[in-house]
Ligand binder design. Structure first.
Ligand SMILES: NC(=O)c1ccc[n+]([C@@H]2O[C@H](COP(=O)([O-])OP(=O)(O)OC[C@H]3O[C@@H](n4cnc5c(N)ncnc54)[C@H](O)[C@@H]3O)[C@@H](O)[C@H]2O)c1
Length: 253
């Protein structure tokens, strides 16, 4: 049985599947009503997540936008505020990974990954800041990656995009702190999702990740939801500008 309403509304991007879906459901479990975003192509899956949130007794508003488009993000935030009236917390989770070595990586592939992962995070925050500042309240949780700290071959552009998210969040926290807004990052480790499977296609590689993880297992999307709920809540009111690894204790070698 989910907790009763806590009177808060959260916006989660890329919420139709994987980690975003688990975060949206985890927040609903904690009593948040949730605005869930994804690209229009994911409409069936997004509607499914909306149904799961409503089954917990919470409100859900699906909103489409490609987070790399300023116009679509602004329209999404306007629609979200028109329907949900307010947003207390935002989780920038939408992301893509195109595995390719640097020497054959095409410019458009570099741009696509940086545009969704890094620029998308900036655009969503920029669109929401007037609302957060006016209310002198906001909880920002940006999903980066241990790949942004260490990374793996064929992920240079992905690593760059996630390092950008961490740097952006550290400075953002300093700018918005005086307005009662916190901004923190989470770096998931290897999580079993459509994207995570990119790191797990070869059994030896999957086994090596498990062997290098203190908890001796891969992560599940639900493993990321709890730490996100902490950063979205008032339990973390004096925590900002921080980056937390949620990786089962991976030893980065
Ligand atoms: N799975 C992992 O091992 C892992 C590890 C570290 C970090 N992450 C990060 O966690 C986040 C979620 O990843 P996941 O594993 O659940 O991946 P996923 O591919 O399963 O889900 C990503 C979601 O983002 C959506 N999305 C993609 N582009 C979008 C856009 N332009 N606008 C709006 N939505 C868009 C997709 O439709 C999808 O629903 C990503 O930011 C990813 O980089 C994942």
């Amino acid at each position: 049985m989910a907790n009763p309403s806590n009177g808060r509304v959260a916006l989660v991007t890329g919420a139709s599947r994987g980690i975003g879906r688990a975060i949206a459901l985890g927040l609903a479990e904690e009593g948040y009503d949730v605005v869930i975003n994804d690209i229009e192509r994911q409409s069936v899956q997004l509607d499914g997540v909306a149904g799961e949130i409503r089954a917990k007794g919470r409100k859900a508003w699906p909103v489409f936008a490609d987070v790399s488009s300023k116009a679509e993000v602004e329209a999404m935030v306007a629609k979200a505020l028109a329907e949900a009236v307010k947003i207390d917390a935002v989780v920038n989770n939408a992301g893509i990974l195109i595995a390719k070595p640097v020497d054959t990586l095409e410019e458009r592939e570099w741009d696509a990954v940086l545009d969704v992962n890094a620029k998308g995070t900036f655009l969503v925050i920029q669109a929401l800041l007037p609302h957060f500042k006016a209310r002198k309240y906001g909880r920002i949780v940006n999903i980066a990656s241990i790949g942004g700290k260490h990374g793996a071959p064929e992920q240079a552009h992905y690593s760059a995009s996630k390092a950008a998210v961490m740097g952006f969040t550290r400075v953002l926290a300093q700018e918005v702190g005086p307005f009662g807004i916190t901004a923190n990052c989470i770096c998931p480790g290897i999580i079993v999702t459509d994207m995570g499977r990119t790191n797990l296609e070869v059994k030896e590689i999957a086994d090596r990740w498990i062997a290098n993880t203190a908890l001796a297992r891969l992560g599940q999307p639900e493993d990321v939801a709890g730490p996100v709920c902490f950063f979205a809540s008032d339990a973390s009111a004096f925590v900002t500008g921080q980056t937390l690894n949620v990786c089962g204790g991976i030893v980065l070698t």
